[in-house]
Design a protein around this ligand. Structure first.
Ligand SMILES: [Zn+2]
Length: 414
């Protein structure tokens, strides 16, 4: 199975917005931009919300039918490992193998030796088309990279073969992700990681490295945009080179686990993928749920009441909600509005404080990040929340579609 050139991972926490999300992809198609939608959900999200992989499959299939979508689409078992993949196998056709936890673990000495021997032809100087400077790599450097990543790639191989044995070789897309590691991978590290992936016979179609800078959930990129742009371009050059050098799948592309809304790097990404005429998978992180809140707030009445209640409970449960996301959020507690303040707001104020529009004076990234991780509160409301989603569907759907199309698809792919 080969993914299309452009694809977008659209997380949908509560599984109610697939049609509105697909509408954004349809509108892009009408503008001549082909993008394959991929509904991604991780084991962690499923556990918090109380859903399962079968729900995502049903949501995707239903939306595709309802919207008469003729193109391909996928259901992504996001960030899975050997311990939790089994529940996903029947319902997913895209697997994001997460081996971040295994980086830094030492592989067997014999494996490391064999890898060094294979890669020793790259010791010394070499150039990669598309990168101006010459690389000078020592055997010690290759050894260091092997020490850090070889075990993790071998683990990815185990997960891949486990899925392959059940689903059959060509019936799914494989992504290897290392984005949830502590340190970013530089282009040279990625080059040797790709060597190891090829060696392990993993037909990776997408690879998700950790990029330089901070990718906090639902807010803009924090870091040096110029440095990011340089690394991103180098990564694309490395991938192009590695495809030929190691015989990796011809359409292998980068997957950017964006955590959503990295607006300041969307421009450089757009330029780079055009420059290399290459594909891209953009994975967003469930910010559709925030559009649900915006839609509820703008509907006033009961909708706004529920949105406010979710904020109040999120404040109360601050520590519990933030803990699982500690490395990907930065909330300045002193800048969070008190509940008494929020209680007085109209729907528009709530929506503008939450909506990611940096030009808007009311926008508050702290408020946004807390609500981003506050989906557990809505999950605990159960039917009450789900009924509100239904009741205010029109107001919500508009916001969901506009957000994906205008703030993500257009800046990245147009
Ligand atoms: Zn990720």
């Amino acid at each position: 199975m080969t993914p299309a050139k452009y694809s977008i991972g659209i997380g949908d926490r509560f599984g109610r917005q697939a049609k509105a999300q697909l509408e954004a992809v349809l509108e892009a198609k009408a503008d001549g931009i082909d993008i394959v939608p991929v509904w991604n959900k991780s084991f962690r999200e499923h556990s918090i919300i109380g859903t399962g992989p079968a729900d995502v499959r049903k949501e995707a299939d239903d939306a595709v039918k309802a919207k008469n979508w003729q193109g391909s689409y996928h259901v992504d078992a996001d960030h899975i490992n050997l311990s939790n993949v089994d529940g996903f196998i029947e319902y997913s056709d895209f697997f994001t193998l997460d081996v971040a936890d295994f980086t830094g673990k030492a592989a067997d000495e014999s494996n490391i030796d064999a890898f060094i021997v294979k890669c020793s032809r790259f010791a010394g100087n070499f150039t990669i088309d598309g990168i101006e400077r010459e690389f000078n790599v020592t055997k010690d450097q290759i050894l260091e990279i092997a020490d850090k990543y070889l075990y993790a790639v071998k683990e990815a191989g185990k997960i891949y073969r486990h899925i392959k044995n059940i689903k059959g070789k060509d019936n799914f897309i494989t992504e290897v992700s290392m984005d949830e590691t502590e340190r970013p991978q530089n282009p040279i590290e990625m080059f040797f990681i790709l060597a190891a992936i090829a060696d392990e016979n993993i037909p990776a179609q997408t690879i998700a490295p950790k990029f330089t800078g901070r990718f906090n959930k639902g807010v803009d990129y924090v870091g040096d945009v110029e440095q990011f742009e340089k690394e991103f371009n180098d990564d694309l050059a490395v991938i192009r080179f590695a495809i030929i050098e190691f015989g990796l799948p011809e359409k292998l592309k980068l997957s950017v686990h964006s955590g959503s809304d990295k607006f300041s790097i969307y421009g450089p990404i757009n330029k780079a993928i055009k420059r290399f005429d290459t594909g891209l998978h953009l994975k967003t992180a469930g910010t559709t749920w925030l559009e649900e809140l915006i839609g509820l707030a703008l509907a006033e009445g009961q909708g706004l009441e529920i949105a406010k209640e979710i904020y109040r409970k999120s404040l109360e449960k601050f520590c519990e909600l933030c803990a699982p996301y500690a490395t990907v959020i930065d909330i300045d507690k002193s800048r969070l509005p008190t509940f008494d303040e929020v209680e007085k707001w109209d729907g528009r104020t709530f929506a503008l404080t939450l909506r990611h529009d940096q030009a808007c004076e009311l926008y508050n990234p702290n408020f946004r990040q807390l609500l981003h991780v506050g989906y557990k509160v809505a999950a605990q409301m159960g039917e009450r929340f789900l009924c509100a989603l239904e009741k205010y569907e029109d107001s919500i759907a508009q916001n969901v579609t506009t957000n994906i199309l205008e703030r993500h698809i257009k800046p990245i792919f147009y």
